[in-house]
Design a protein around this ligand. Sequence first.
Ligand SMILES: [Ca+2]
Ligand SMILES: [Ca+2]
Ligand SMILES: [Ca+2]
Ligand SMILES: [Ca+2]
Length: 1001
Amino acid sequence: MKRWFALLQGALIGLSLIQPLPSAKAAYDKLPAFPGAEGFGYAATGGRGGEVYHVTSYELTGPGTFYDALMTAGTTPRTIVFDISGEITIPQIIVRNKSNLTIAGQTAPGDGVTIRGNNIRFIECSDIVIRYMRFRLGVQIFQDDSMYFEDSQNVIVDHSSFSWGTDEVLSIKSKDYDHPKSKNITVQWSIISEGLLTHSMGGLVEMNTITMHHNLYAHNNDRNPKTKGVMDFVNNVVYNWGQFPYVAGGESGTKGYGNVVGNYFIAGINSENPEYAVVRGNENYHLFLDDNRIDSNKNGKLDGKDSGSGMMEAERPSALVPERFEYPPVHTEEPETAYEHVLGYAGDSLVRDAVDKRVTDGVRSQTGAIIGDEDDVGGFPALKREAAAADTDRDGMPDVWELAQGLDPNDPEDRNGDRNRDGYTNLEDYLNELAAPGYPDGYPLTPPDWSGTPFEPPVVSVPEPETEPVPPMNGETVRSAVVHDDSANGAVNAAAWSVQENLEPGDFVAGDRMTGNKTYKFASVPDEVQGAEWIRTAVGSRSAASEDLLSFYLAADADVYVAHDSRIATKPQWLASAYEDTGLAVADDQPVQYELYKKHYPAGSRVVMGPNGGTSQMNYFVVVKPTAADTPAPASSPSELAGTLSDGPSISLQWSPVDDAAAYLIYRSSTLDPNDKVVGSSTTATYADTAVEMGAVYRYKVSAASAGGESSLSDSIEVPAYDPSLPAPSAPSDLTVAAARSLSVDLAWTPEDDAVGYGIYRSSEPEGSFERIGYARTASYTDKTVNPSTTYFYRVTATADGGESEPSAIVTATTKQPVVLPQAPEGLSAASATASAFELKWRESDGAESYNLYRKGNEEDGYTLIANTAETGYTDDSVSAGQTGYAYRVAAVNEKGESEPSDDLFVAMPLPEKPDRLIAGLTGETFVGLIWTSHGGVTQYNIYRSTPGKPAELAGTAKVDTFYDRSAEPGTHYLYYVKAQNASGESIKSNDVSVWTTGGE
Ligand SMILES: [Ca+2]
Ligand SMILES: [Ca+2]
Ligand SMILES: [Ca+2]
Ligand SMILES: [Ca+2]
């Protein structure tokens, strides 16, 4: 209970910090899409004022097909009307970047239309109106949604029926949750039912501004719906969810702002936790929960209660808020009224097909179950086909209606007139008249008045992360290798690259695949490159598209080999056009052959390599082999280095030439990057550095390179990039000693506005001469050049375009006594171990500041550092169900370094926890649907079946927590149980479930 109040308080405090946006007054005065349109998507314009497309064909594609109607839509708004009725089978339809479309299912004759057989996606579309349609995907060999919207705006879906998705039934979302583009959407008076097992998902409705009202969710195991972002969920009915009803965000912590108001949640046979309507919340999901009903008792009668926040999952609550989020309002009814209205009018209800009849009747009688195949509940129902009324001028309005309205049945242009001046075109008047019986008597068909300020989620500005300068990757011949991986995980990928010496079989192939079950090693290496320096890359970088994914300089003449995955047939242009195929290959133990491509470069060259050219295979790696090893490097280093700042800004460098030099390498460090890196090369004794930022101080050294190698470095020079005509910055204030250890001193001060960097000065006497010991980019610095038991005096300056400030006040730091390496930790043991987490502990070591914990899986080679912690314990929750156990060792760490490791501890992987709450879903003559609850740490589930008196036999296996047994006999009594399996074996069994199949004698 306490945790609950803390969360609530946290939410309220959090909200009070949200500043209302300045006068973002609602523009809620547009013409609704149609009478009865409400909520965020109320003003979608659809095909208003545009052309008319008649669907006349049942073919998959071609003229007159539904596919053609959507795919040929151009810039003119389009209304799609139906001259045919019944089932229309479609190929996949991806509607991308189209706008102003109305799909007017109410125009279909007979029993209306049902779209089946594939999926429709709307991506980056706007002003879409869909009414009185049915979208029923049905069993497929692929998993997909019946309908999917992404990054679309101004959409209203009304009186439509969605079912039998093999992935989700209806999903609506933004692609990038950090910058959501999906806005102003309404789904109303619709049915989202019978997502097919094994997935059985209502849908992801995430990161939109969306209203969902007067909809029915029925018989979806999960996601009824799963929500994030702005959601107005009002007057819906949710029936017979399996594991999860309304999901408030889930575990990811993405923010949510939901109204859940006036809904009726009714548990059914499959509902696992019948008392919870809103589950899987988190502290970032702000929820206004009011006047809902939940009927948990499964007694076949509608007798729900308003259990208030009690209908929210206690273990994973959302952050309740006291006020309803102000969104474009909908007419909010009492849940009992909404229940009647939804069951009476939701879906394609001008003519309810047998599916919607069965589902809505099942809600009333509280029967029905989650299914895995539409044929188990009667399949696609027969739909009456009729001919459409004559429409001579093809303007979407039948002759008879036009004549009655005084329009011209031979003039197609009158469709876009407005004879009654109500704002809707004549064609829209016709469509709206057809649609009108879909609303309950007395339900208001104009949106509620509203002139409020809509709630908008606070925009949390995330500052660009300061990327710390990384030390250069150097080898014998490779200088300052730079990785520029622009893929999603680029920084992590880049950190996995390294320069290695002595290429040989047994080496790990990829820096990001050195542990786990995809660890690859070299199996054979041709003599030509055996023992050479090489650049180990990352498999993850195969997704990078950077033209300069890798660049480096050469300190000697060298052959550069690119080892490229032979499975990638098309070699990237940068490789194919300049490198020679050697016919040689390195092989790894997958096995994969890496074909070796070669190019010769002289010393001083900058080598640049682009992307891999194949996002699903291995990334290339690089071998560098010097070609003039017998040639001596230049004996002397460049001298008389000098530099001057000029406009641009740029810094011109010159030095005395060196005999035998073929090229010079220019090394630089600066206020902005303390690492010496090669920034350029030159074949003459001059260089112009144009990558200069005013206010920084640059420090240069130069080397001479010949075919055989590189000289030592020249003396360094400093060139400040200051403009003396500008004022110098103020001196930094509040300099403090943040920590003084034996071998390091931490300094911190208040950042100066406009400072580009800071100079750090130190003296051993208070009045002595201060020497600059380094530069800092930010307002802190760690001096790692101190001795133990010594007193130091520090002051700092700021540098900016105008130069260097006066020094700050002086601070004093006295370092501690000398440290020694800490003792190796003792007493490493496992406090507990489950199939998904091991809790480890050890005793404190003398002199330890922190501990490094290393781990090795039984199926892995070598230990990997998995944690550094100041605690004397750690819970490893990243154990894999594919490992039979792990060995651990821990070492103590202080300033001096790392202790010897502790004794090894071996922890065997326990058997997984047994699956719980096994229940039968839909049962037919020849099938039984099963659903259970899992507890993680599982590689697969084994499903066992028996008939009474007989031993149980394996009926199948599953990777997810549902299974459909299709080998059952009619009229038979079966007992089922499930066991979870991991690398160590099988769990004990779940509860038994007893099932009679239907039929038989
Ligand atoms: Ca009941
Ligand atoms: Ca007409
Ligand atoms: Ca006409
Ligand atoms: Ca009109």
